[in-house]
Design a protein around this ligand. Structure first.
Ligand code: CA
Length: 255
């Protein structure tokens, strides 16, 4: 997705690219994932009236595949889905998308649990939700500065003296270029794109090798080891990539 489409959202679906003073209208895209078809239709209708480009899905696995193609700005995600539930859909979305996720839950108590699980949703709403409230929440998300992504509008991720240029696929430390293999770069870029998120090995495999990859998930550790060595990072006292014991990896210094 174009970084410039995040620049500033003044009206629903209207993106103003302030830097060069050119105004273009691009509807922000919303994917609604809800298995109750009548509710999905109502939500989609309200969002369309508010100016959004909306598609719907009633199935978690299908929603993940749709998101890869549709590249939504916001996913309105029901927690209770048949098959792949909302938590798992959210986790999978996070491996390749920086979209906002507004999670719908049937019970308020579920929200605390989900926040505790660090599922990675950006906001939560209890069902039955007023449609006015739902649309307002989506609009608020799009106005939020993207603090959970370290990418500037130039698509460059910075962590201290580490610079990851996602577009050019270039990495440098303190101005010194670092040569990474394709897999190593993709791993680093996946971690760097969501710096607050703790990735499991499986999530990194999904992001880099693809969801159909089967094998020993510790292959991730081997490649992370190479990335650390090339960045001059230390697993014991990391500056860039932290090991989260029993879980996986995330960006950040310290242990
Ligand atoms: Ca449901």
């Amino acid at each position: 997705m174009a970084a410039s489409s995040r620049d500033r959202v003044d009206l629903p679906g209207t993106v103003v690219t302030g830097r060069i003073g050119v105004t273009m209208t691009t509807a922000a895209k919303v994917l609604v994932v809800e298995d109750e078809a009548p509710l999905a239709r109502v939500v989609a209708e309200y969002l369309r009236r508010a100016g959004f480009d909306v598609i719907t899905s009633g199935d978690g696995a299908e929603a993940v595949n749709l998101a890869r193609v549709f590249d939504p700005d916001v996913v309105v995600l029901d927690l209770g889905l048949p098959g792949l539930d909302g938590v798992e859909v959210c986790r999978q979305l996070r491996t390749f998308s920086s979209c906002y996720v507004l999670m719908l839950t049937a019970r308020a108590e579920e929200i605390d649990k989900l926040v505790g699980l660090s599922v990675g949703a950006d906001d939560y709403l209890t069902k039955p939700a007023s449609m006015r409230e739902l649309v307002a929440r989506v609009q608020v998300l799009l106005r939020r500065p993207r603090t959970h992504s370290a990418a500037g509008i130039d698509g460059i991720l910075r962590f201290g003296d580490l610079v990851v240029d996602v577009e050019a696929r270039e990495v440098s430390v303190a101005g010194r270029p670092v040569e990474l293999t394709r897999t190593e770069f993709d791993l680093l870029a996946a971690l760097a794109a969501r710096p607050r998120m703790v990735f499991t090995r499986r999530q990194l495999i999904d992001a880099v090798w693809g969801p159909s990859w089967v094998g020993d998930e510790h292959v991730v550790d081997v490649h992370i080891g190479h990335v650390r060595r090339k960045l001059g990072d230390d697993a014991e006292e990391p500056k860039y990539i932290r090991t989260v014991r029993g879980v996986g990896y995330r960006m950040g210094s310290g242990t």
